[in-house]
Design a protein around this ligand. Structure first.
Ligand code: XMP
Length: 496
């Protein structure tokens, strides 16, 4: 019944995730028995197969820390100076709690006002920071009772806030368990995280209670230095050798050679240079979509391969350059050859739901790299804006003119290109809340997909696929419509 993967993918068609569907297999274990632990590279293990893409509207320090806290990893983008990129790596690695750990929106600037009780967002405190957001230095706090005792609401926060000097502080590298103990022992509602005498952040009892519910948090992806593992992107120019040196000094755990067509003499030279100069550092090559491209980079010594060309939500490479491959075919083909050398594959781009993640992982990838899926989260760089009544954040391709103007042109253009041709677009994505909330749900859905296929791990899924036990089919246009929500009219509750 159905087709085996090797037969389905050798018919001369380029299939995307939506084109194919797995036939269900046999279940003899519960969903919770499914393990999604995996490898990012030859030497880096992850407990969650999720990687945040090196894009300047996706991964900086906040995202990298949160992804590591979840058991995945973030790759810090390189559309900034080497020194700034290294600073982002250091910042992401500097704490053992996700930086954006609070679900509460209780930050204000000292020259602001507290207008009504809603400003406390259910908490007993409003924290005062330089800029009024969580992303700047903590100056003090206001208690709800102090605010209630004000005779006049028009008093500036600065005039009645308390400073944090008498509050309990802990070193910024304390993990959730240690912070929990301090909260209990001192019977306080929050602690201040300090590093070198500077107050970096606060962690509240609510933060700890909420995060304790997620199985991977508290463990996360931790490197030999006892800090979060963080990756960073680099290019293949001579100046990238200097960038690499900065990043290694900052403690980066893995680098991604960021190119839309990775099978080039420039990239192969860079792989060899990086492996020779920093033998302990794992190097991910790409992007590739064919077995030939993959084999060249494997021979050059990569520890991981990034797969995808033109499959990303903001990509126009396939239209502009007539080059690329459907992502399901690309992931299957590259993974088949990479597996022979023990090189893990990252399925990069085109993920817009949990089903796409199941498909990528079962077709042979060890992890998925995501841009648009993460760009609307609180941890992504940039501020939310309101557009037609919706809260959105900007998301842009690194090959868009706007991003290239800031410096990312070498991913898409050769060294000497004089005319900039865009291979990506600028758009916006809807507010999704914190990755700490929605990634655990997404992963639970992925586990259910694995259970339906009778695969209790990535390895067993790959074995079932290669032994031709797992069967697939191509979905016709009508089958795709049938597989989505259809035939409904919108339902509005009306009182007659
Ligand atoms: P998603 O679908 O997750 O894709 O938003 C993210 C991936 O898309 C790639 N990328 C681009 N590809 N033009 C392209 O052709 C671009 O401007 C561009 N920017 C990012 C990249 O591989 C990323 O991880």
């Amino acid at each position: 019944d159905g087709f085996s993967a090797d037969r389905l993918f050798s018919q001369g068609y380029s299939y995307t995730y939506d084109d194919v569907i797995f036939l269900p297999h046999y279940i003899d274990f519960p969903t919770d028995a499914v393990s999604l632990s995996t490898r990012l590279t030859r030497n880096i293990d992850l407990s969650l197969p999720c990687v945040a893409s090196p894009m300047d509207t996706v991964t900086e320090d906040y995202m990298a820390a949160a992804m590591a806290a979840l058991g995945g990893i973030g790759i810090v983008h390189s559309n900034c100076t080497a020194a700034d990129q290294a600073r982002l790596v250091v910042s992401a690695k500097s704490r053992r709690v996700p930086i954006f750990s609070s679900s509460l929106d209780v930050f204000k600037a000292p020259d602001g006002f507290i207008n009504d009780a809603n400003d406390f967002d259910g908490s007993n405190y409003v924290f005062v920071t330089e800029s009024g957001t969580r992303r700047s230095r903590i100056l003090g706090y206001v208690t709800k009772s102090d605010w209630e005792n004000l005779s006049d609401n028009k008093v500036k926060i600065f005039d009645y806030m308390r400073d944090c000097s008498s509050n309990v502080s802990v070193p910024a590298n304390y993990d959730l368990g240690q912070i929990d103990e301090v909260l209990e022992k001192n019977d306080v509602d929050f602690v201040v995280l300090e590093k070198d005498g500077e107050r970096l952040d606060v962690v509240t009892r609510e933060d700890v209670e909420r995060l304790k519910g997620y199985p991977n948090l508290g463990k996360g992806t931790v490197g030999p230095d006892g800090k979060w593992m963080v990756g960073a992107a680099i290019g293949t120019r001579d100046s990238d050798k200097e960038r690499l040196e900065h990043l290694v000094k900052a403690g980066v755990n893995v680098v991604v050679l960021d190119s839309s067509q990775g099978n080039s003499s420039y990239q192969i030279e860079m792989i060899k240079y990086a492996k020779k100069t920093y033998p302990e550092l794992d190097v991910i090559g790409g992007n590739v979509v064919t077995m030939y491209q993959a084999q060249n980079l494997i021979e050059a010594g990569v520890d991981g391969l990034r797969v995808g060309m033109g499959s990303g939500s903001i990509c126009t490479t396939q239209e502009v350059c007539a080059v690329g491959r459907g992502q399901a075919t690309a992931v299957y083909k590259v993974s088949s050859i990479a597996a022979q050398s023990g090189v893990p594959v990252i399925a990069d781009g085109g993920i817009s739901n949990s089903g796409h993640i199941v498909k990528a992982l079962v077709l042979g990838a060890s992890t998925v790299m995501m841009g648009s899926f993460l760009a609307g989260s609180t941890e992504a760089p940039g501020a939310y804006i309101y557009q037609n009544g919706c809260r959105v954040k900007k998301y842009r391709g690194m090959g868009s003119l706007e991003a290239m103007t800031k410096g990312s042109d070498q991913r898409y253009l050769g060294d000497k290109a004089k005319l900039k041709i865009a291979q990506g677009v600028v758009g916006a994505v809807a507010d999704k809340g914190s990755v700490l909330k929605f990634i655990p749900y997404t992963m639970q859905a992925v586990k259910q997909g694995f259970q339906d296929l009778g695969a209790s791990s990535l390895q067993s899924a790959h074995d079932l696929l290669r032994s031709r036990t797992l069967r697939l089919e191509v979905r016709t246009g009508a089958a795709q419509v049938e597989g989505g929500v259809h035939g409904l009219v919108s339902y509005e509750k009306k009182s007659f």
